[in-house]
Design a protein around this ligand. Structure first.
Ligand SMILES: Cc1cc2nc3c(=O)[nH]c(=O)nc-3n(C[C@H](O)[C@H](O)[C@H](O)COP(=O)(O)OP(=O)(O)OC[C@H]3O[C@@H](n4cnc5c(N)ncnc54)[C@H](O)[C@@H]3O)c2cc1C
Length: 361
């Protein structure tokens, strides 16, 4: 059988997890990929918690389906990435313990969990006594826990490193420039203009995260998140609650995260830090002895209904608005771009997450 690949020149704008995952998959498929980014350290992806947590987050409908597609793609995505980047990633599939702190939360999480059962999701309920027997580090505040075994946890910082290395190994060219204008004629992009240069390509993918609104007509706005990096306790799973989530990595933990309507204010604040510290100590008091390694800030690309925005024209795709779940959704997002470029197939997610659902903007 003879298979002829039509090699295309692809230009990706933005180098967060969505842009780099897309660049990686397209380059691996044999295309010539360039990434233009204003600053490859600016991306929110570098500070993310790295939880792969659609059930703890209580996602429903098409967001749940998209998340489950992405969870299924994750093991192979990590495998390919480790092979090409030659970096060993921290990727844990030991599940996430969703803790509940009061009755009304209990009923909501239980109702969601029961609905997930029909989608084949594996979970276990731990009542108060069972919870304290199995989780001696927990305070007495959680009244129950739901262990979602299919959820995971990846070190987002290492994932980003690996994506950069893999792209380098696949000859993806990364160009530093701030794109200021997209020149279109109808459904086609003719070129994109930056401060330094003008770029032309066969196909364009826009993955500009929380900054998308200044370039594209999309209702995406930043939701600031502060997150702590600490060291000191060895935990074997993620503890997710409404007051904090505690996420173990290989040699440290992350404690997240604030959710602030503060534009692109990148300052870390005492208020943010104290709410994260208090939230964490309410769940695991022994964390008081942990060493604080740092505080970081990121900007979640939010949309009015918290679903991403996918759009496509003749020779371009827009993948943005990944809000709280961009790390989780990276493999599935890259996959919709790959299918579009390789097979001309418009995934159903382009209509489900079309910007048209949000009316005129
Ligand atoms: C504190 C915090 C915790 C989080 N925890 C999790 C989690 O546990 N799990 C999870 O799945 N998600 C989590 N998220 C969400 C996740 O981080 C985001 O959804 C994801 O990083 C978005 O990726 P992105 O590639 O779209 O954007 P980004 O990573 O922000 O990348 C955008 C890129 O576009 C570039 N860019 C923008 N405009 C231009 C331009 N005009 N020209 C050139 N380049 C441009 C930027 O420089 C940047 O490189 C968290 C977010 C925060 C803030």
């Amino acid at each position: 059988m003879c298979f002829i690949l039509r090699v295309m020149n692809i230009l990706i704008i933005g180098s967060g997890v969505i842009g780099l995952s897309t660049a990686f998959e397209l380059a691996l498929a044999g295309h010539r990929v360039r990434v233009v980014t204003r600053n490859y350290e600016e991306g929110t992806s570098w500070v993310a918690g790295g939880m792969l947590a659609p059930f703890s987050e209580g996602l429903k409908g098409s967001l749940l389906n998209f998340s489950m597609d992405s969870l299924r793609l994750y093991p192979d995505f990590i495998g390919r990435l480790e092979e090409v980047s030659r970096i060993k990633l921290f990727y844990s599939r030991s599940g996430i313990l969703r803790l509940v702190l009061n009755e009304s939360e209990y009923h909501e999480v239980k109702k969601n969990a029961e609905a997930y059962s029909s989608a084949g999701v594996n979970w276990e309920e731990l009542g108060g006594e069972e919870l304290s027997r199995r989780e001696p580090l927990l305070s007495s505040e959680p009244i129950a826990g739901f262990l979602f075994r299919d959820e995971g946890n990846v070190d987002a910082e290492k994932l980003m490193d690996a994506l950069l290395f893999a792209c380098e190994n696949l000859n993806v060219k990364i160009v530093i420039d701030d794109i200021t204008e997209i020149v279109r004629s109808g459904e086609r992009v003719e070129e994109v203009k930056g401060y330094r240069d003008t770029y032309r390509s066969d196909f364009y993918v826009f993955t500009t995260g929380a900054w998308s609104r200044s370039l594209l007509k999309v209702p995406v706005y930043p939701v600031k998140g502060q997150i702590l990096k600490v060291k000191g306790l060895e935990l074997d799973k993620v503890y997710y609650s409404s007051v904090s989530y505690i996420i173990p990595k290989e040699n440290h933990m992350l404690i997240g995260a604030t959710s602030e309507d503060a534009g692109f204010d990148s300052r870390t604040t005492l208020e943010g830090v104290s709410s994260l510290v208090n939230g964490a100590l309410r769940i695991i008091p022994e964390l008081s002895k942990a060493e604080l390694l740092g505080v970081r800030v990121g900007f979640r690309p939010a949309t009015p209904d918290e679903a991403p925005i996918f759009d496509a024209g003749e020779n371009f795709a827009v993948l943005t608005g990944h809000y709280r779940n961009g790390i989780l959704w990276a493999p599935a997002s890259a996959n919709v771009a790959l299918e579009l470029v390789e097979k001309g197939k418009r995934s159903e997610y382009f209509s489900l997450f079309s910007p048209n659902r949000l009316g005129t903007f």
